[in-house]
Design a protein around this ligand. Sequence first.
Ligand SMILES: *[C@@H]1O[C@H](CO)[C@@H](O)[C@H](O)[C@H]1NC(C)=O
Ligand SMILES: *[C@@H]1O[C@H](CO)[C@@H](O)[C@H](O)[C@H]1NC(C)=O
Ligand SMILES: *[C@@H]1O[C@H](CO)[C@@H](O)[C@H](O)[C@H]1NC(C)=O
Ligand SMILES: *[C@@H]1O[C@H](CO)[C@@H](O)[C@H](O)[C@H]1NC(C)=O
Length: 484
Amino acid sequence: MKPAAARSKKGRGVFCNLPLLFLIGAIQFLVIYSPAIDRYMVMITKGKPGFPSLLLDGRRGFKLLEEEFVPEPRVACDFADPRSDVCELEGAIRIRGSTSEVFVVAPGGAGAANVTGLGAGMNATSWTIQPYTRKGEARVMRSITELAVRVVPPGEAPPCTVRHEVPAVVYSNGGYCGNYYHDFNDNIIPLFITARHLVGEVQLLVAQKQRWWFDKYREIVDGLTNYEAVDLGGDGGGEVRCFRRATLGLRSHKELSIDPRRAPRNLSMVDLKRFLMWRYALPREHAIRTEDEEAAARPRPRLLVIARRSRRRFVNLPEIVALAEEVGFEVTTSDVMSSSSSKQQQKAAGDEGQARMAEASALVNSFDAMVAVHGSGLTNLVFLPMNAVVVQVVPLGRMEGLAMDEYGVPPRDMNMRYLQYNITAEESTLSEAFPRTHPVLLDPTPIHKHSWSLVKDIYLGQQDVRLDLRRFRPVLEKAIRLLR
Ligand SMILES: *[C@@H]1O[C@H](CO)[C@@H](O)[C@H](O)[C@H]1NC(C)=O
Ligand SMILES: *[C@@H]1O[C@H](CO)[C@@H](O)[C@H](O)[C@H]1NC(C)=O
Ligand SMILES: *[C@@H]1O[C@H](CO)[C@@H](O)[C@H](O)[C@H]1NC(C)=O
Ligand SMILES: *[C@@H]1O[C@H](CO)[C@@H](O)[C@H](O)[C@H]1NC(C)=O
């Protein structure tokens, strides 16, 4: 019965497809050999956008198509989101990197195009957009390339020099690029949200492209696109790249995380973790579970203590390690990727950046728990296995809320556990530099009111941590219980 069914299905397929095969053959013959037929081709294809481009890949056919068939464009912008501006363009889109210009070709002229979602006071025929995810921060946004978008009639757009079959994603690699936290928060995660659902069939056009950055994160970038990213500013010779779809800007939902309800295909941070595991060939999906073992034979969960080299160090690191071992952890200390050093150093490390990322991701993935003082080293949590426990030690300075947003929510979104330890004034080395009654120790509020840079200078730049072991012990005990 089964073989018979298969045979009849196959027979029907051949029968149905024969005329189509002849038709395709005839069309190919005509496109290749007959110049007179081009106009006819365009006529039959006019009503069916999408279909003709496959057949009309010959130069002349394409040119005519381009001249005579321009679809009505659709432009949907979102200038209302607090984190980033994004425009989705569909139709005949032409991008000239050398001048940061984007042309949306509209057959009915500029006024007839369907443009939605522009910012207040913007002109629906031309506007600008900065494709970077720190929209609210005027200082850093000043350094970001501005794209000028214009809706133009066919005659006013520059001709294509390169034609891309896949959609474009245009964004800036400038800003805070080089800081480990920002690389993930402003760049990698927004790219993942914006482009992952295209499963590699996407062309990145990168303003302010930094080569060392693309070397360092090669595994991630190559997992997101099958094509070499184009340096928009360095696109020499006034290249005009043509697309049928383009996204200007990256989507960003929250700190170091994704809101699946707003992401294409409901992508989540768990998807990001699986993606990173795939790209870096990480072996451990889940942290250790010690519950099944006999108490005596129980393997010790592995704890990574991130030891910063610059400020916000653990002053009494050896005692912390001893305590963690006593509680039952196997402890390793490392400064893995936590030196948020100068841009210069980051760039110098560009060549080895890729190797350092491979090493860091593999190292971090081998642990079940991590303890770190607030800072970019915590970003390593993206490589921990699921169910792992993240402990953030928050220094003095009314940063508990910020610390929670930046590193407290992401572990939960990745199916991990999170514990926060807010230190007391006695545990801060600031208590050695300032008298006990000084406002720096008593109430950081006025300093916050004064300026963030003063907060950064004092609480992030001058403070180390001496953990009170009696107070910290229950946190480690809880962490180990969570791994049972
Ligand atoms: C304009 O585009 C939006 C979505 O992009 C669509 O909902 C709307 O119907 C379009 N309006 C016209 C007049 O085509
Ligand atoms: C939009 O701006 C262009 C160029 O600045 C101008 O020519 C056009 O009249 C403006 N359109 C509207 C509706 O304001
Ligand atoms: C994503 O989630 C939302 C709400 O949770 C749901 O309404 C929507 O259908 C989901 N979309 C997809 C593509 O699964
Ligand atoms: C630390 O501070 C945050 C924010 O104020 C708070 O939610 C959390 O409960 C505090 N943690 C502890 C252990 O007190």
